[in-house]
Ligand binder design. Sequence first.
Ligand code: ZN
Length: 316
Amino acid sequence: MNKPNTPVIRPKMPCSNPRLSLLFSLLFFLFLPSLVYSYDTSSNDFKKYMSVLEQQSTRYGWKDINPAAISWEYHRTSKNKHPLMFTCFGNAKGNCVLFLGGVHGDELPTVHLMFKLANFVKDNHVLFKDKCIVIAPLVNPDGFLATLPTRVNAGGVDVNRNFPTKDWQASAIRQWIARGKKNKRYYPGSKPASEQETLFQIALIKRFKPQKILSVHSPLNFFDYDGPSSDLNSFEQWMEKISKEANHPFKKFGYYPGSLGNYAGHERNIFTLTLELPSSDPRNGSEYFQKFQPSIMKFINLPVVGSPPSIKVIDN
Ligand SMILES: [Zn+2]
C-alpha cells in the first residue's frame, strides 16, 4: 500500500450553527494535541492492505487467518505507509494482556500465530468477556512485506533495540558496535524511540496498561521472561511449570538496551514473556498454534494482582 488514508479525528463536531461551529473549531484546535487520531478501517486503502496480507498469507500457505474478519484499529502507519494495527477483545477497563507478533519482519510464523490467536479469541469471545486482550499481530509490516522479509523495519532499525530505556544513550550504540560488530540486523537506530513501530508499542502499553505482555519471536526455541523484581520468583516458578507442560525449554536470556524486556519488564514491572518459536519457517504456523495455545490460554488466565510496581502473580 503506497498511499496513507486520511486520518479521521475524533470526536466529530456536532453542530451546524456558525457561531457554535466557530467555538467548536477554536476548542478543537486548542485541544488538538490531546485528541486521538484514528484512521478509517472501512477505507479502500485499508481494504487494499487486507488483501495484501491475504496474498502474502496465500504465499505462505496460511489459509486460516482471515485478517478482514477482525475488527482492527490503527492510529499510525509505518514508513512505507502500512497500518500499524491492533485489535482489542473483552473488557478494556483493566487487567490487560498485550500480544505482539512480527516485531521482526522475517520471523514469519509469529505473524501467523498472532492472527490465529485473534481469530480464536473472536470466535470464542464468550470465554474472554471478562478479560482484556489486545493483539498487534504484525508490529513491523514493512519488514514482513519486503520482497525478501527483513528483521529490521524500512528504516533499517531493529525495533526491539529502539525502546527508550534508561541505558539506551550510554549503551545501545556502544554494544551494537562492540558486541554486535555493527551487524545491520541489530541496529538500534540513531536515537531511542525514533521508529513508528516502537512508538506504536509504547502507545499500546500506555493506553492499555497491560499487566502481562507476550511477544512472539523465532527461531531461538525457548521461553524467556522479564518482570517485576519484587515477584520474579513466583513468575519463574509458573514459567517452569508452563515450560514443562509445553515441552519447550525456558531460559533467562536477559535484556538489551532498547529491548521490550528491558522497557516493559525491567523498567515498568510488567510481566513480559517472550516466546521464541523453534523456527522461522512460515509453514509451521499452524503446528505452533496447536503446540502453544494451551500455554497462551494459561498466560491469559494467570491471575496477577496489583498494578506495577506492586504486582504479584497468584498461581494456584
Ligand atoms: Zn525476534
